[in-house]
Design a protein around this ligand. Structure first.
Ligand SMILES: [Zn+2]
Length: 314
């Protein structure tokens, strides 16, 4: 049901026809008087309910109860309102940050917060539970939950010992959703907490200071091409409206940057041989044939390469 239909149905329900006389009077009253009688609070509440039923519908084309690798393009700019934030747990101790972890040789896409087994885990924002799944023992997130929020973010809560919510359930910021645990790929009880915008990972510590249990700014203005930044609410309201034109401009500058990068790459036409390299590998890396590589360097196909040797590649 669209917003207008909901509002008008609600207006209708606010004016029950008690008697014929009243009904007549109501009918005679100009429509704007009737509208004024409906307090803006109830309209806001209705809009809020609709927003909850389909959080961030302007941003996401789909709703699924599976983990999603979004193929949808990110907007050039998206303003994430952080003001509804609630700490996902009572603990304020960060065990591990977002980023590359040498010990595991891979990236860590969330923040690990120390919790004890059975600690209450809460929704970071009001929203709708999208995924409640278990990846199994010693694998991935273990028992995890993903919630989609009206501000466009999706938050993930991993390694839980128990999930207290169901898929498609609406939750309020701070509402208990699970219990802390050690399930999945985890070496001790902790909460693995992720923030994503249409699948794009954002370092949660850019948005929140977990030690202080607070947000770092009212808004996080995500920019696909420029620099994302934290902003106070009054500064966000002064920002120019996101227009088609500014999206086009961003695309243009992106194309220009790519061109520059390509021409820079073209200029670097030499390659330093590393151990394990073969003529075939090097040729493939530079998008040329082995024959051409040999001709460029005046060498035969059977030439033994030594590490450190410089080869022309274009
Ligand atoms: Zn983690």
């Amino acid at each position: 049901m669209n917003k207008l239909a909901i509002i008008f149905l609600s207006i209708a329900s606010l004016f029950p026809s008690h008697s014929k006389a009243q009904d007549l009077m109501a009918r005679q009253a100009p429509i704007d008087t009737k509208l004024r009688a409906v307090d803006s609070v109830s309209i806001k509440r209705l809009l809020k309910t609709e927003e909850m039923a389909d959080p961030a519908i302007d941003l996401y084309q789909t709703w699924s109860n599976e983990f999603v690798n979004y193929t949808q393009a990110l907007p050039a700019e998206h303003r994430i309102d952080l003001r509804d934030f609630h700490m996902p747990c009572d603990s304020r101790v960060v065990n591990s940050h977002y980023g590359y972890r040498r010990q595991f040789g891979r990236n860590h896409y969330g923040t690990d917060i120390k919790v004890y087994l059975g600690d209450t885990i809460r929704a970071a924002f009001t929203g709708k539970v999208r995924v409640v799944k278990d990846q199994g023992r010693r694998k991935g997130y273990g028992k995890y939950i993903i919630i989609r929020h009206p501000n466009g973010l999706e938050t993930t809560y991993g390694h839980l010992s128990k999930q207290l919510v169901k898929e498609d359930q609406m939750v309020k910021a701070g509402e208990p959703i699970g219990l802390g645990g050690n399930t999945g790929f985890s070496t001790g009880p902790h909460l693995h907490f992720e923030t994503r915008l249409l699948g794009e990972k954002i370092d949660p510590e850019k948005l929140f200071c977990f030690e202080a249990g607070d947000i770092r700014g009212d808004y996080y203005v995500y920019r696909r091409y420029g620099r994302s930044q934290l902003m106070a609410a009054h500064d966000v309201s002064n920002l120019p409206e996101e227009t088609e034109q500014s999206v086009e401009k961003a695309e243009e500058s992106r194309a220009f940057q790519q061109q520059q990068m390509a021409s820079r790459q073209n200029r670097s036409k030499v390659y330093k041989v590393r151990s394990g390299d073969t003529l075939g590998k090097i040729a493939k890396k530079h998008g040329i044939t082995v024959d051409r590589l040999c001709r460029l360097n005046n060498i035969s196909k059977n030439k033994t390469l030594r590490p450190g040797q410089i080869l022309k590649c274009s």
